[in-house]
Design a protein around this ligand. Structure first.
Ligand SMILES: NC(=O)c1ccc[n+]([C@@H]2O[C@H](COP(=O)([O-])OP(=O)(O)OC[C@H]3O[C@@H](n4cnc5c(N)ncnc54)[C@H](OP(=O)(O)O)[C@@H]3O)[C@@H](O)[C@H]2O)c1
Length: 298
């Protein structure tokens, strides 16, 4: 089985490329192989590659910059997935695609279910939602995975930013009123691998999810809670840090170009039904990543 994986230089794509190698030949499709700003070229490229499964974690992920680059965000996050999905539907090839908690409005404090109404607050969220719709329209075999607050040992993410700032500054001010589940790319890759490995394989997992599923770490916290756990986790592992105070602040005190949901909690009951188990708690996912970072000298 030839498994085409996009976004292999990114957090999720890189974890998936490693993990899915157990189920076939991974064909890594970085930007140089498949440029998602050129949707018209996607079909012909896929004809050449001829994958049996397409896994698409690649995306335009610069949430604030998207407010100024609307067209580009929609091409990469909606038109390119449309082209992938149309090719996949024609060839009867399953498509695994990734989406985000930012498709929700963030109102209330109850965890969002897959069937809840969406209401993106940002261009990025709207572009990802348009990608979901385009994939559904193509009407092929597909699974859309909505995840949240992704981080990995490498790349540009909240964990890496806090690690750097905690080494440089005595005081950090961190947003404490946005709630979600920090999710390591490894947790996502493990869940996706479990879909491939499940009885009946990927087609059966896709059928049982009905084409849309939340995949995230269990539990929830705020960005402030996550930052505190990162700092405490690093100190507990003997990493010297300069930071002395982590001050909780409100979203209103940290203006950003794009508006983020206050409530990013994702209900995971559908995932738990399909997997037959829950995902690790966000704090356990963090502990694993910190152990790996410290073991590799950071
Ligand atoms: N990060 C989060 O907190 C988060 C939260 C919820 C959902 N998600 C979703 O989860 C998925 C994976 O996110 P991630 O955190 O792994 O993203 P990431 O680390 O930012 O990686 C994005 C990947 O997409 C590739 N890409 C961007 N534009 C491209 C283009 N025009 N053509 C081809 N490839 C392109 C990038 O390649 P280059 O290296 O060449 O730029 C990179 O490999 C995405 O669908 C994202 O929307 C992410």
């Amino acid at each position: 089985m030839r498994i085409l994986v996009t976004g292999v230089t990114g957090q999720v794509g890189s974890a998936l490329a490693t993990k899915l190698a157990a189920f076939g030949t991974v064909v890594p499709a970085a930007r140089t192989v498949l440029d998602l700003t050129q949707p018209q070229d996607i079909g012909p490229r896929l004809d050449e590659i001829s994958p049996d499964v397409i896994v698409n974690p690649a995306a335009y992920t610069a949430v604030d910059r998207a407010e100024d680059e609307r067209d580009l965000a929609f091409v990469v996050n909606a038109e390119a997935p449309r082209a992938l999905a149309q090719w996949a539907a024609r060839r009867r090839v399953p498509l695994l695609h990734f989406s985000t908690d930012y498709v929700y409005s963030g109102h209330g404090s109850v965890a969002w279910k897959e069937c809840d109404e969406t209401g993106p607050l940002s261009v990025y969220g709207a572009s990802k939602l348009a990608g979901e719709a385009a994939i559904r329209e193509a009407a092929g075999q597909h699974l859309i995975v909505r995840t949240s607050w992704v981080y990995a040992p490498t790349g540009s993410n909240f964990l890496r930013t806090i690690m750097r700032l905690a080494g440089e500054r005595e005081e950090l001010r961190i947003v404490a009123d946005q709630i979600g589940a920090p999710t390591s790319a490894a947790i996502i890759a493990d869940a996706l691998a479990a879909f491939f490995a499940s009885a009946g394989g990927l087609p059966s997992a896709i059928e049982r999810t009905g084409g849309l599923v939340h995949v995230a770490a269990a539990g929830s916290t705020s960005w402030h809670g996550f930052a505190t756990a990162i700092v405490e986790g690093l100190r507990a592992r003997g990493v010297p840090l300069k930071v002395e105070r982590l001050l909780p602040i409100g979203t209103a005190d940290y203006p950003t170009k794009a508006q983020r949901p206050i409530n990013s909690r994702l209900d995971l009951s559908k995932l738990e039904q399909v997997l037959g188990r829950s995902t690790p708690d966000w704090s356990a996912g963090l502990a694993t990543v910190l152990d790996d970072l410290v073991a590799s000298g950071i």
